[in-house]
Ligand binder design. Structure first.
Ligand SMILES: [Zn+2]
Length: 285
């Protein structure tokens, strides 16, 4: 499977070998229900609160995204804060890599994980998949499922006169959001299914909507697109409560682990288990 980079977010992404000894890494596998996140802080020094929020984000968004888009999506995802990754974030083969420097500068931006998790959902597709639609769909997912886009000051900009639908990311995401709420509910899932099947063609938009992509974009520019709209539906109270309970449980688990831990033998209470980090060796460009 190919590596999905967040191209507009990249700052000269390069791959280098990790110089962080495994012993310094802080890793844990957290399981809730049938879903697990294998969290690896390969720096050994990431802020614990940020790590908790990343894990919280996984459980708050991924099971629902999988149910909505691809019920057979992987049940276990690895999320690594990886100094070997010098872009901002990327997803490949069930693994998400996050640049620790960028995370330290923007600890509030935990929903970048939501974007990358959508790429995990998208994995398994076949054929030629246009990157603008892949990335636009990932940001659309972030707008819908993200737990704290407002806290990260993340939103989808209104289009300018020279903006095009195929710019990807937030530009495309806002277009998709407008379509979903203006007569074409379900279009994102329909496009997702086409992409998964390797049958996407631009002309398929007309079959779904009765208009070509260019016509739809013109409608978007001319119509309510210029009205500042809500970024996306806010998280439901149930999802926020679920996330809050998860954080409380993880905090309690960690306190328990600290109270019983003996040197060289980290405790593994409940479903939070410590495991030695292994050096990742993903295929990278
Ligand atoms: Zn992306």
């Amino acid at each position: 499977m190919r590596l999905l980079l967040c191209a507009t977010l990249l700052i000269g992404a390069v791959s280098v070998s990790s110089a962080v000894p495994a012993a310094a890494a802080n890793s844990s596998v957290v399981t809730r229900g049938t879903f697990s996140v294998d969290f690896r802080d390969l720096t050994g020094s990431a802020d614990q609160n940020v790590a908790d929020r990343i894990i919280e984000t996984f459980f708050a968004v991924y099971p629902q995204m999988a149910a909505d888009f691809r019920p057979d999506a992987p049940r276990k995802v690895q999320i690594a804060i990886d100094p070997a990754w010098t872009g901002i974030a990327a997803a490949e083969n069930g693994r998400i890599m996050i640049n620790p420097i960028r995370l330290k500068e923007h600890p509030e931006d935990v929903d970048l994980v939501t974007h990358e998790l959508m790429h995990i959902i998208q994995e398994g597709g076949h054929g030629n998949q246009p990157l603008w639609l892949i990335e636009g769909s990932a940001d659309y997912a972030r707008s819908v499922y993200g737990i704290d886009n407002a806290g990260a000051h993340w939103g989808m900009p209104a289009p300018g006169p020279k903006t095009r639908y195929d710019e990807g990311y937030r530009v495309t995401a806002r277009f998709l959001s407008w379509l979903e709420t203006n007569g074409h509910k379900g279009i994102v899932k329909a496009l997702f299914d086409l992409l998964q099947a390797g049958k996407y063609k631009d002309r398929r938009w007309k079959k779904f909507t009765g208009e070509t992509l260019d016509q739809l974009w013109a409608d978007y520019l001319a119509g309510s697109a210029m009205v500042v709209r809500q970024v996306g539906p806010p998280p439901t109270p149930e999802r926020l409560e679920q996330a809050r309970r998860l954080i409380e449980q993880m905090t309690a688990d960690r306190r328990l682990a600290q109270s019983v831990e003996t040197p060289g033998q980290p405790a593994s209470p409940g479903s939070v288990s410590a495991s030695p980090a292994t050096k990742p060796n993903p295929a990278r460009p």
